[in-house]
Design a protein around this ligand. Structure first.
Ligand SMILES: Cc1cc2nc3c(=O)[nH]c(=O)nc-3n(C[C@H](O)[C@H](O)[C@H](O)COP(=O)(O)OP(=O)(O)OC[C@H]3O[C@@H](n4cnc5c(N)ncnc54)[C@H](O)[C@@H]3O)c2cc1C
Ligand code: FES
Ligand code: FES
Length: 1297
């Protein structure tokens, strides 16, 4: 059924056989959700090999003779679960679970090859797997349990390792005060026994041994797949079909076909041809077969480096360095060297290196052999230097480096790993024996032109020059003249790219100088050498060995032994996530005659539709209908998935552009384009206060948007029941009632009792599965109703990113009046958010932003106004934190600037302005800040802030090109929905006659573990074991009129309703239980039944008392506050803009945690998401308003390489003050803001760099603080050297919105 995309023939064709464990997150190899293990038997060497691969890119025809193991193959709850599945679940490495099968398969495959891997191998194996929920720490913890020499804190302490340890003091405290340092118990884990693994199917072995090697041809309606198994047959096929691509890994051809619509009627895919799969290392060179995978190349290079003298291996070392970060391991396992070279991608990591290395390509066709140099002409596809259509690349010859020859590769990407380079480079120099006079020089760059670009002329001009500063200066100018980038170059970031071009050159210069110095040492030759501090330019920033500590207080011992409240209980679906048995919307079986719906999206930001021509789309076979504006606004097409998508592309729409086109916040302000009049919050007397302060500053900060990037894209299946107009909507949403009543029932003009909405689980939502989901569900339901057939609609990742909007970009302007000691007495702020074309939740977002803007600070005189700007983008919507991450950052930026102006440390100014004890918020709600101060102090202590600050300063004084930064940020996150009605919740609890319990409530399970917590509540209230309680999902049929699951309060509110239902039941059953106290639940249920006592009860919670008046600016909108603090340390590379997250310490006040494992999971998951928001997640739009970033290959969320090397999380001891569910606090959103500690740590590091360079003026840094912004802020001679385009003299590639 699913994604049988004719044009990719992908392995996801497996889905019709109902193997739904393998997930589909992007379809382009970028997320790893579809990871499977491919095993092959090589009859020549009699070996079986296993590798992880992305199912979404594997052509199914390429799998002849291979065994494919999906998650279902390694273990299940019905048979036996595999240790990997068990440990990832029990270490709490799953939340929504959508990424989990991919994670499991990556680890599993690694263990098949290395049963006791190193942690480095494990993190490398997971480099291509994204998780949006967990923050990766628990996944790493699970992995560590398989490592040979695991570094437990005890072991590390023995080795004298640093601060990652729980100090002896903490450990003894843990004994005294029931403090727990672990969330799982390794003792109960199943051992990993490699002898128990699935064997390679013997029939495939026999087939490989016995079957004659013959060309296989698979024919389809439009395509033919030819798999030659001998070189002769391959040459023959290529001769016959010269235009057919030679598909090896399909990682270049596949995405092209999928994303760019390229179609190949014939595909040639060589299989197991020995002549393409060999490596030969001779005296002078290494020859690598073009068919070798990049993983194999990596391995071979590692071996060669071990076996050859260092001077011969410089090219191989450089290649190996790039191979470590090139894509994720799945892509490296699939992609071939030949495919990589021949594709000649502009951002290829290997071609710039190979191009400088005098490499030769060995080509073969039926007409004979040929050799062509891998040089600029080949890379530019000059006909004279290119492959001929009938030629095959057989191998690549890479000469060994010589004694006086040096080779290096450089790259900088948005993310350290698994991200295409913004700019990369290969550089080689050869000197005459014993000297420093350049004899040969080659420099090439990727990312700066349509393909790899060689700076040939510059290199020629530098021959004969000595290797010194003067040469470097000339070289930089020559290269900048030769490798030019227009201001409007595709990909944007033009000045950054220009700066990288020369920064890399400088790195190469230093690197070579350093080795030369060593080599000429002892000779007469004297080399001018820069001071020691400059050598900091050389080292790359690597994330080191990950370690973490967690600290929370154990449950109160007076609780009953079976009471699960306060226990780190595993996510209810954890094991099912890990076995792939957890069912998501798109895993539901096909309904008879089901149709698929695909959207036609507007290609213009602001235009009128003049005409729509459907004829071509409707003429396609299988297209059932196109629902147009006449039926509903917009166009949709209906048929099978493939056909619907093809038809959607053929709908021809003629537009008439409208003016003005409003994209940016500034344009909206200029055109007075706002949704509603401003919202305002005022406290004290700002104007008067400005008159008495010592200083006044004004500033602004721009905060970019954020994509939800839930791993499960928007998904729905609408099934008309065929009777009484009943309709079932299975949908991945946070808000079933909204889908049911507001959208589907009203669109179909049906009463709500005919429309039922069901949600089993959601593969991540983060606020993005409400409003837009409703619109799409209404359209899907309309189509289903019209045809009386089930209709499914699953968005592709690119469509999802394009249609659904995300976090609001913000512009914050501030004017602060402050005293010499840092006290801010007056603050006047304006918030502008980019709301997009429709209101959605924009107003609520700015209101929440306003109510939370003061974060942890008491500003005695405050005025803050906010506007939601109406622009021509798809409307932005709710995203975890709902306005607070933007509003809070504006305030923190202002404070940081105040500190700089006062010459004080930011943490001092933060502390002096912080709420202390009992106080009042700007909207006059009472606040007790005791726990805030406690979190702050504990965070300062735990992070050894003062000591580390001194160490950072020392480091910075010793290193010119690398700088460290340290920052600590407090958090006060108000929790509540602002109205009583919004907080009401209901539950339904049934006790069956066998004593088992079924619980239903209004909350949606989207990874946060609400169902697990609800079962804990039932278990406590009914005093029964968790194993007796079940929860099937959420449905409007069982609990009507539910509120949205969001705002951190899902467990709070629904938990109180569940508790209410349980107490009702218990009250009814008390007489029966007291008559037979030793009885079982079965006995009591039967007795109750016999006495006609109902065993079913609803529970209800009417919502927290809350109110807010925008007229008076006063109210009590929140029930309680979550407090916290985070301290982060980073290191930046001033030459490239890279940064490394060295360490983060988080302290949170969570009240009395219901489940510390889930709560810590929320804190760290949110923290990492926040870190992404403030540092690497960047959306790009064209000047016409078209979104460029439509998938994981362009939009980078944090991956495993980004998490802090050290992460320490500590929960304050339980406090009983609030009147919430068992005094717990909701933690879904608050942690995201703490990610800004990373932002300010980078800010601190950049500041240190600037100060050293004599730049003392105010530092204005916008969010996200990407490598581009970091590099450009660290101004130096290189940033000054680059040409700058006059604004207005070119059309930029993108516009910041
Ligand atoms: C998610 C993802 C991340 C990536 N990240 C990076 C990255 O960080 N850095 C980077 O440099 N690259 C990256 N890439 C690109 C990747 O390196 C290339 O797609 C890959 O190397 C191509 O190899 P392939 O075997 O899959 O090529 P295929 O797609 O199989 O073929 C590509 C082209 O090469 C031709 N070809 C292949 N072999 C031969 C041959 N022997 N003779 C003649 N023609 C041949 C084919 O005709 C076709 O035109 C990434 C790709 C993906 C999908
Ligand atoms: S779905 Fe295959 S990598 Fe994302
Ligand atoms: S648990 Fe990893 S994406 Fe949700």
């Amino acid at each position: 059924r699913k994604r049988i995309l004719e044009n990719t023939l992908s392995l996801t064709m497996l889905f019709p056989v109902r193997l739904t464990g393998t997930k589909y997150g992007c379809g382009t190899g970028g997320c790893g959700a579809c990871t499977v293990m491919i095993s092959r038997y090589n009859p020549t060497i009699k070996r079986i090999s296993h590798h992880a691969a992305n199912a979404c890119l594997i052509p199914i025809c390429s799998l002849y003779g291979a065994a494919v193991t999906t998650i279902e193959g390694i273990g299940s709850t019905k048979t036996r679960i595999h240790p990997v599945q068990e440990r990832i679940a029990k270490c709490h490495g799953t939340q929504c679970g959508f990424c989990t099968p991919g994670m499991v398969m990556s680890i599993y495959t690694l263990l098949r090859n290395h049963p006791e891997p190193s942690l480095e191998q494990l993190t490398d194996a997971l480099g291509g797997n994204l998780c949006r929920c967990t923050g990766y720490r628990p996944i790493i913890d699970a992995c560590k349990t398989f490592c040979k020499r695991r570094s437990t804190s005890r072991e590390s302490r023995g080795r004298g390792r640093s601060s990652c340890l729980m100090t002896p003091v903490t450990l003894s405290l843990s004994l005294l005060f029931k403090i727990s340092l672990k969330l799982f118990s390794e003792e109960e884990f199943l051992p990993l026994d490699p002898t128990q693994e699935l064997i390679f199917p013997p029939e495939l072995m026999i087939m490989a041994e016995k079957q004659p090697q013959r060309t296989r041809i698979f024919g389809g309606d439009r395509m033919t797949w030819i798999s030659p198994t001998t070189l002769t047959a391959l040459l023959e096929a290529k001769f016959k079909y010269p235009q057919a691509p030679v598909v090896m890994g399909n990682t270049s051809v596949g995405p092209e076909m999928k994303l760019k619509g390229v179609f190949h009627p014939v595909i040639i895919s060589p299989d197991g041809i020995e002549e393409l799969n060999f490596a030969n290392c001779s005296h002078n060179e290494l020859t690598l077969g073009a068919g070798l995978s990049l993983t194999q190349v990596k391995y071979i290079l590692g071996e060669v480096i071990q076996n050859l003298p260092e001077e011969k291996t410089r090219m191989y070392r450089a290649l190996l360095k790039h191979l470590r970060t090139l894509a994720g391991s799945q892509i490296r396992n699939m992609a071939s060297l030949g495919g990589h070279i021949v594709s000649r991608h502009l951002d290829s990591d290997l071609n710039p290196l190979l191009a400088v290395g005098n490499c030769t390509l060995n080509l073969l066709s039926k007409k004979g052999k040929r050799q062509v140099p891998l040089n600029e002409e080949f890379l530019r596809r000059c006909p004279s230097a290119d492959l001929k259509p009938e030629e095959i690349l057989i191998s690549v010859k890479i000469p060994h480096s010589r004694k006086w020859e040096f080779v290096s590769g450089f790259r900088q990407a948005q993310r350290q790993q698994n991200a295409l380079a913004v700019v990369n480079s290969g550089m080689r120099v050869f000197f005459g024996e014993g000297g420093d006079i350049i004899r040969e020089l080659s420099i090439s760059y990727g990312g700066v032109g349509p393909t790899t670009v060689c700076a040939k002329n510059s290199c020629r001009k530098l021959i004969g020059r000595p290797w010194n500063e003067e040469m470097l200066d000339v070289a930089c100018r020559l290269v900048l003249d030769e490798v030019t980038l227009p201001g409007s170059a595709p990909g944007g970031r033009v000045e950054f790219k220009r700066t990288l071009i020369v920064s890399f050159l400088f790195k190469f210069y230093l690197e070579v100088l350093q080795i030369l110095k060593r080599m000429v040492n002892g000779t007469d030759h004297v080399l001018a050498f820069p001071e020691q501090r400059a050598l900091s330019a050389l080292e790359d920033l690597h994330s080191g060995h990950h370690c973490s500590t967690l600290k929370y207080e154990n449950v109160d011992s007076k609780n009953l032994p079976q009471d699960p409240i306060g226990q780190p209980i595993m996510h209810l679906s954890g094991i099912k996530h890990a076995t792939g048995e957890a069912i998501y919307c798109d895993d539901m079986p096909t309904v008879d005659r089901e149709l698929f719906l695909s959207f036609v999206t507007s290609s213009r930001a602001h235009a009128k539709i003049v005409s729509i021509d459907l004829s071509e789309a409707l003429s396609l076979p299988g297209v059932v209908d196109i629902v147009t504006e006449e039926h509903l606004r917009g166009n949709r097409s209906l048929s099978s998935e493939v056909q619907a998508k093809q038809a959607a592309k053929r709908v021809k729409v003629v537009y008439q552009d409208l003016q003005p086109l409003i994209l940016t916040i500034e344009e909206a302000i200029q055109h007075n384009s706002f949704f509603e009049p401003e919202r305002k919050l005022e406290y004290g007397n700002v104007d008067e206060a400005f008159k008495v302060v010592d200083h006044i500053l004004e500033g602004e900060i721009h905060i970019g948007g954020q994509e939800h990037f839930y791993m499960e894209t928007q998904s729905m299946l609408v099934v008309p029941k065929g009777e009484d107009q009943e309709i079932d909507v299975y949908v991945s949403t946070q808000f079933p009632k909204y889908i049911q009543v507001t959208w589907v029932a009203s669109t179909l003009k049906l009463p709500a009792n005919k429309v039922m909405c069901h949600v089993k689980r959601v593969g991540g939502a983060f606020g993005g599965k409400t409003y837009k989901t409703g619109i799409m569900a209404a359209i899907t339901a309309f189509a289903a109703n019209k045809h009386g057939r089930a209709v499914r609609c699953i968005l592709e990742r690119g469509e999802d990113m394009l249609i659904t909007g995300g976090r609001h970009p913000y512009l914050g302007k501030y004017k602060a009046g402050f005293m010499n000691d840092g006290r801010i007495l007056a603050l006047d702020m304006q918030h502008y958010s980019n709301g997009g074309a429709s209101l959605d939740e924009s107003l609520l977002v700015i209101e929440m932003g306003l109510l939370k803007m003061e974060n942890a600070y008491k500003f005695p005189n405050l005025r803050c106004r906010a506007w939601a700007c109406r622009t021509n983008f798809p409307s932005n919507t709710a995203l975890r934190g709902f306005g607070f991450p933007q509003a809070g950052l504006i305030t923190e930026s202002c404070i940081t600037e105040v500190a700089a102006r006062c010459g004080l440390a930011p943490e001092k100014v933060r502390m002096i302005n912080m709420y202390k004890e009992i106080d009042q918020t700007p909207y006059k709600q009472e606040i007790n800040a005791k726990n805030l101060i406690q979190c702050w102090k504990e965070c300062m202590d735990m992070s050894s802030y003062s000591l580390r600050k001194a160490a950072v300063e020392k480091f910075n004084s010793e290193n010119y090109w690398k700088k460290k930064g340290l920052a600590v940020v407090p958090l006060k996150f108000p929790v509540g929905l602002g109205s009583v009605a919004a907080g009401q919740a209901a539950a339904l609890v049934h006790i069956y006659l066998d004593g088992s319990v079924l619980v239903t409530h209004g909350g949606i399970e989207m990874g946060q573990g609400v169902h697990t917590k609800m079962i804990q509540v039932v278990s406590r209230e009914l005093r029964m074991p968790i194993s007796n309680i079940h929860l099937r999902g959420t449905s409007t049929e069982t609990v009507p009129n539910t509120n949205i699951s969001g705002g951190s309060v899902v467990a709070d509110l629904n938990g109180l309703a569940v508790k209410d239902a349980c107490q009702t039941l218990l009250k009814r059953l008390e007489p029966i239980i007291s008559k037979n106290p030793q009885g079982t639940w079965k006995d009591w249920a039967q007795a109750a039944f016999d006495e006609s006592i109902s065993l079913s009860a609803t529970g209800y919670f009417r919502g927290y008392e809350s109110n807010m008046s925008w007229e008076t600016g006063e109210g009590h909108p929140f029930e309680y506050f979550v407090y916290g603090a985070a301290c982060s340390e980073v290191e930046i590379d001033c030459l490239t803009g890279a940064h490394k997250n060295i360490r983060t310490d988080v302290v949170m006040d969570v009240g009395c945690s219901i489940n510390p494992a889930l709560d810590i999971g929320q804190i760290e998951g949110a923290f990492i998401q926040g870190m992404g928001l403030y540092t690497i997640e960047e959306l790009h739009y064209s000047p016409q308003g078209v979104l460029y970033t439509r998938g994981p290959n362009q939009y980078k969320i944090p991956a495993i390489c980004d998490i802090p090397t050290e992460l320490h999380i500590s929960l304050l001891p339980p406090s009983q003050s609030s009147n919430t569910l068992y005094s717990s606090k909701g933690l879904g959103e608050s942690g995201i803001f703490l990610g800004c500690s990373m932002f300010f740590a980078i800010h601190d590091a950049v500041n240190a760099a600037r100060q050293e360079r004599g730049l003392f003026g105010p530092l204005k840094l916008n969010s996200p603080l990407t490598p581009e912004k970091i590099r450009m802020a660290c101004e130096d001679k290189f940033t000054k050297m680059i040409p700058k385009d006059k604004p207005g003299s070119y059309v930029p590639w993108n516009v910041p919105i």
